[in-house]
Design a protein around this ligand. Structure first.
Ligand code: UD1
Length: 388
């Protein structure tokens, strides 16, 4: 079903060849901070855009709050697919996206990141011979157990224009036979959002108070840590989750932790009856808005996470990050930034926490082109490309 356009498509630029809008796709939480600076940069250059939300994420904490925090306009179209198995969710997005392309005949479809909405919409566009633009192309964990890795590899194969955040992505794409002429290094749009929002970040004490927690909890001289966990490989198996929560409770004996739990994680902790592992020095919070999370991360002594985006954000903020995964598709955060891969190994996690508490941990440096201007580079390049 194609809903009527609710907002205004951006105006056609003066002096530019008339082009149909670029259909810009978002679906899940990590897409919004990537799309926001792009929509802004397109608007500034009068590149017409049509914002399509697949509805993969729909809870207000996973969705609506981010639109407000990131100043993202209301989507023109919402496909309202919701949660389902990977196959059903992907298929349903494809089924509902095709009529949108028929109705609006976009000049291209722009997708970001690696979620199911990314591959689903790319596939529909490619089959209809509508150019696919992939922002954040070429990242590889080389771990096909991650659904996101499959989404990345396939999206890059069918994309016509690939914009990358780090130079290792070019090697990955070359090895997979992607023509170098299609690939452009522009930097990291997620960091555009971070720099734009930094001055509006919500102070951590305010966030805790709003969530019904006690701000004194984190206002100790020793500081606090931030935790997020949501990868199926970490939270779907009861033994693995129990082990991780037990490790976190040991970390919390050294440093109070604020744990902003994804709905999947929260549901599993309840389903497996593991609430008792979360003792008083772990403050559980619902998923936080962008500005709250930015404030929490900025003020933290360290971050423990399995998120891809937070590995990048902590590097940009110069806050030590321990990634609870065996691999990362974002190696630059380890090589140049503040990230350390610790997997689920308890000794490794605890020794890294001790080291950070003793020394302050890695400070790192902000990688090339993570400078707040990546979306602008994309818009300038795209404008020429569309004119051609
Ligand atoms: C998706 C992305 C992942 C990204 C994550 C960020 C894929 C394959 N995965 O994972 O890369 O890091 O988003 O959050 O696309 N749920 C809700 N409310 C919501 C959305 C989800 O309660 O608004 C619950 C449902 O129980 C659902 C489960 O979370 O079944 C998983 O949601 P889904 O969109 O399938 O994947 P994520 O784990 O969120």
């Amino acid at each position: 079903m194609v809903r009527p356009v609710q907002g205004h498509l951006n105006n056609q630029p003066a002096g530019m060849v008339k082009v149909n809008p670029i259909a810009c796709v978002v679906g899940a939480r990590p897409n919004y901070m990537k799309m926001s600076p792009l929509i802004r940069a397109f608007r500034e250059r009068n590149i017409p855009s049509l914002l399509v939300h697949t509805g993969q994420h729909y809870d207000p904490e996973m969705n609506d709050r981010f639109f407000a925090d990131l100043d993202l306009p209301r989507p023109h179209i919402n496909l309202e697919v919701g949660s389902a198995s990977h196959a059903v969710q992907t298929a349903e997005i494809m089924r509902r996206f095709e009529p949108v392309l028929d109705a609006y005949e976009p000049s291209a479809v722009l997708v970001v990141g690696d979620v199911n909405s990314t591959i689903a919409c790319s596939l529909v566009a490619a089959k209809k011979r509508i150019p696919v633009i992939h922002v954040e192309a070429g990242l590889r964990s080389f771990d096909r157990n991650m659904p996101e890795e499959i989404n990345r590899v396939l999206t890059d194969q069918i994309a016509d224009l690939l914009y990358t955040t780090e130079r290792t992505a070019h090697m990955n794409l070359a090895k997979e036979g992607v023509d170098d002429k299609r690939v452009h290094f522009v930097g990291n749009v997620m960091i555009d959002s971070l720099f734009a929002a930094q001055s509006s970040a919500v102070p951590p004490a305010v966030t805790l108070r709003q969530a019904g927690g006690n701000p004194d909890f984190i206002e100790t001289p020793g500081g606090y840590g931030v935790v997020t966990l949501h990868r199926p490989s970490n939270v779907d198996d009861p033994d693995i989750l129990r082990d991780l929560l037990a490790t976190l409770s040991m970390v919390a004996e050294r440093l109070p932790l604020v744990f902003a739990a994804h709905p999947r994680t929260r549901k599993n902790i309840e389903k497996f009856g593991q609430e008792s592992l979360l003792h008083g020095r772990i403050q559980m919070l619902p998923p936080q808005g962008y500005l709250e999370m930015l404030g929490l991360m900025s003020g933290a002594k360290l971050v423990l996470t399995d998120s891809g985006g937070m590995q990048e954000e902590t590097t940009a903020l110069s806050v030590p990050c321990l990634t609870l995964r065996e691999n990362t598709e974002r190696p630059i955060t380890v090589e140049q930034g503040t990230n350390t891969l610790v997997g689920r190994n308890r000794e490794m996690i605890l020794s890294n926490v001790d080291q950070i508490l003793a020394t302050g941990g890695k400070r790192g440096r902000v990688p090339e082109y993570w400078d707040g201007r990546a979306a602008e580079r994309i818009a300038i390049h795209l404008q020429n490309w569309l004119n051609r």
